[in-house]
Design a protein around this ligand. Structure first.
Ligand code: SF4
Ligand code: SF4
Length: 738
């Protein structure tokens, strides 16, 4: 990349050199001078000069100019309101105009204490009003969705929210209606703002016009305790600030990591924290009684658990969810491998270090020329923030090619595996483009990638390890799949596979709902489940132990880039931390288990993480160096099956708005996945199914009615649906009109 040309400008008498084309607001900031703004927000695209708060005087120009939208030019001499009376008068008039109809209800406004309008009117406003008429009064607030309220009286029409909706999320859900003084922000046709990223507008709004319904009237900003943590709901690992008051989480805000999330969150990460306080949450241990689960105290529960481990005599199996921190997975693994003498584990998915040489920061997507997405599972459902990065990439001119959905390629006959082979061949048009491009990123969002080896093989063939800004990323189904596998491996090196399952330890609600784990539970003599909600496990576990949520945990997780990031638990939890009782259990079993997450990390790091220290991870973790590219064979791929008649193959995926964290938050119910099934045009034709019509999906005596959505990208013989609606169905299904 070429070095930008520098220009010299003078702002309030200070000379500064900045890149040509930079806006005056940023240039002033570089000179240590503040130009106040409301609408200016570089993440929303080019400045629009809507609020007029940044008016400055520029020598040689007859009128005041908006600093945000005026690029610097060499020799420019600028006076801000700090040194120009004309600019100060302009700014003061702007402020008076903004407050003309503003209700000034700061004492009851949720933005009070962190409001740009409050702060700037205090610093730049007149201190008294000349207005004697009644201010405009409107219905307040208007719910624009179950999670967001709009108070139109407070809106200063900065258009940050509409620009986010139209230019970042590209959901086109928010717009300004009417003209002039009657302009207002609204959703289209007053329908709810339905979009996976809608909550970002509550953080973007510089005043109290857009607020979170969950947070309204809960607390004041200065009352919070804050934890700089990481969202643990998907493998992106967005950086968040968790704010608590009196030991209860009150909101989750973004904490901009420019390489990971750019300060955006999805609504699952932002709005699902009330699951912590659901009445259905398990907060005390429970044991299966004659009729139902009965509560018992921790002393009794640990006694029971230690007895279960002993009676299993080496036949212990651990099932992990991939939502555990490295530390928790390591502690559980030590208990099983060193305390129970068993080395059998059920990991959430296959992982490998094959992709390590092709790691790139997620942010590299924005600069890529070519992006190929192998998409069995929609990227939005698996790693939502990546959708925003893909949109950004497309706006920046990248070619984004989506391949799939294709089914389970582990069986090496799916379209994606075929595509891998074809892409690697020189004759393929896309393959040629990928070879010619400088910055190429491959994304794999689906099952059966053998831990990324298919993708690594393709990346190596395309020489991506030698092209700066190029790389390949696997999107795992669980937030910390790689981390828990590393933790398990670090806890022992024997391979004692029990013939009988004396005890099955199931960690997390995701593992408890896995059909494979459920089958093991049927064969186990005893089962213990660590769970937030005794949903699935409540039906079969002998002992249920309350689990903490990612918002309450201390520890580390490895995200889809391979970045190790720290979780810092918010203050207060209704549940005892796992480590506190695992340490007691370890003593009973004669295992040496460090008593803190930091000490566990240090031990784990010495064995498996090159001795990296927690402090090296910092508040915004860097992407650490990786190894050399290895040689891989492109896996052999057969033609995908074209099934004419007979059962269709069901691709099931975990929808974004599903899972225990969402199901216990009523405000998120409207975001739950549509009750639909995707079907190829060929299969729909053959069955006389029209797009949008109801269909019956059957297998093994089970039937569900769903709406058909015809998807031309789907191969004949395959159908795809969210697991929420198809959990009772087998893999082969019949689809027909009712
Ligand atoms: S609602 Fe907030 S973000 Fe949207 S235009 Fe009004 S003040 Fe700006
Ligand atoms: S994209 Fe993933 S990590 Fe980010 S907020 Fe959403 S669920 Fe959390």
């Amino acid at each position: 990349m070429s070095t930008p040309e520098l220009v010299t400008v003078t702002i309030d008498g200070r000379q500064v050199q900045v890149p040509k084309g930079m806006g005056l607001v940023e240039a002033a900031a570089a000179a240590g001078i503040e130009i106040p703004v409301f609408c200016y927000e570089p993440r929303l695209g080019p400045a629009v000069g809507a609020c007029r708060m940044c008016l400055v005087e520029i020598e040689g120009m007859p009128k005041l100019q908006t600093g945000c939208s005026t690029p610097v030019a060499d020799g420019m001499v600028v006076h801000t309101a700090q040194s120009s009376e004309q600019a100060a008068r302009g700014q003061s008039a702007t402020m008076e105009f903004l407050l003309l109809n503003h209700p000034l209800d700061c004492p009851v406004c949720d933005k009070g204490g962190e409001c740009a309008l409050q702060d700037l009117s205090f610093r730049y406003g007149q201190g008294k009003t000349r207005m004697t008429f009644h201010k405009r009064s409107l219905e307040k607030p208007v719910p624009i969705s179950p999670t967001i309220a709009l108070d139109r009286e407070r809106c200063i029409l900065c258009y940050r929210c509409t620009r986010f909706s139209q230019e970042v999320a590209e959901d086109e859900e928010l717009t300004a209606v009417n003209r002039g003084a009657l302009s207002m922000i609204s959703t289209f046709e007053n329908e709810p703002y339905r979009g996976p990223f809608s909550g970002n507008v509550t953080e973007l709004c510089p005043v109290g016009a857009l607020t979170s319904t969950q947070y309204r009237f809960k607390a004041r900003p200065w009352e919070y305790e804050q934890a700089a943590s990481v969202c643990g709901l998907c493998p992106v690992g967005c950086n968040v600030t968790v704010q608590s008051r009196e030991g209860k989480v009150q909101r989750v805000l973004s904490r901009n990591h420019p390489e990971v999330d750019r300060g955006w969150l999805c609504d699952k990460g932002r709005f699902s924290y009330p699951h912590l306080y659901s009445e259905e949450r398990i907060v005390t241990p429970r044991r299966r009684g004659a009729r139902a689960l009965e509560e018992l105290d921790w002393e009794q529960a640990l006694e029971e658990l230690a007895g279960m481990v002993e009676r299993a005599s080496g036949g212990v199996v651990l099932a992990l969810s991939g939502s555990e921190t490295l530390e928790l997975a390591y502690a559980l693994a030590k208990i099983v491998r060193q305390g129970a003498g068993s080395d059998r584990v059920v990991l959430p998915e296959q992982t490998s270090d094959a992709l390590d040489p092709f790691r790139v920061p997620i942010a590299a997507l924005a600069e890529a020329e070519e992006i190929v997405v192998f998409e069995d599972c929609p990227v939005l459902d698996r790693a939502p923030l990546l959708e925003l990065w893909l949109k950004q990439a497309r706006r920046n001119g990248a070619q984004v090619t989506r391949i799939g959905p294709s089914g389970d390629i582990q069986r090496a006959h799916g379209e994606a595996a075929l595509a891998c082979r074809e892409l690697a061949e020189k004759g393929n048009a896309l393959g040629k483009r990928l070879r010619a491009a400088e910055r190429v990123i491959l994304l794999w969002s689906g099952g059966g990638s053998a831990g990324g080896t298919h993708l690594a093989a393709l990346a190596l063939t395309l020489g991506l390890n030698e092209k700066k800004g190029s790389g390949a990323l696997l999107l795992p189904a669980s937030p910390n799949a790689r981390g828990v596998a590393e933790a398990w491996a670090a806890a022992g090196d024997e391979d004692r596979q029990p013939k009988q399952i004396g005890l099955l330890i199931v960690s997390g609600d995701e593992a408890a709902s896995d059909p494979q784990v459920r089958q093991l539970a049927e064969h186990a003599r005893a089962t213990v489940a660590l769970t937030l909600f005794a949903g699935d496990s409540g039906e079969w576990a002998d002992l249920v132990l309350p689990a903490t949520s990612y918002l309450e945990r201390e520890g580390t997780m490895r995200n889809l880039e391979g970045r190790l990031q720290r979780l810092r638990g918010a203050t207060g939890s209704p549940v005892r931390s796992e480590l506190s009782w695992l340490v007691e259990l370890a003593v009973r079993l004669g295992v040496a288990l460090p008593g803190s997450e930091a000490a566990l990390f240090a031990e784990l790091s010495a064995q498996a993480l090159d001795g990296i220290s927690l402090s090296a991870l910092g508040e915004r973790a860097p992407l650490l160096p990786h190894g050399e590219a290895r040689t891989f064979e492109i896996p052999e791929a057969e033609e995908p099956p074209i099934l004419l008649g007979g059962p269709l193959e069901l691709i099931r995926y975990r929808a974004l708005f599903s899972g225990p964290e969402v199901e216990h938050v009523p405000e998120l119910a409207f975001q739950r996945p549509a009750t639909e099934i995707e079907i190829s045009p060929e299969d729909a034709d053959r069955r006389g199914i029209a797009d949008g019509s109801d269909v019956v999906v059957r297998s093994n005596g089970t039937r569900v009615t769903l709406r058909a959505r015809i998807n031309a990208a789907l191969l004949p013989g395959m159908v795809r649906a969210a697991a929420t609606h198809t959990s009772e169905l087998a893999r082969g299904v019949e689809v027909s009109r009712p």
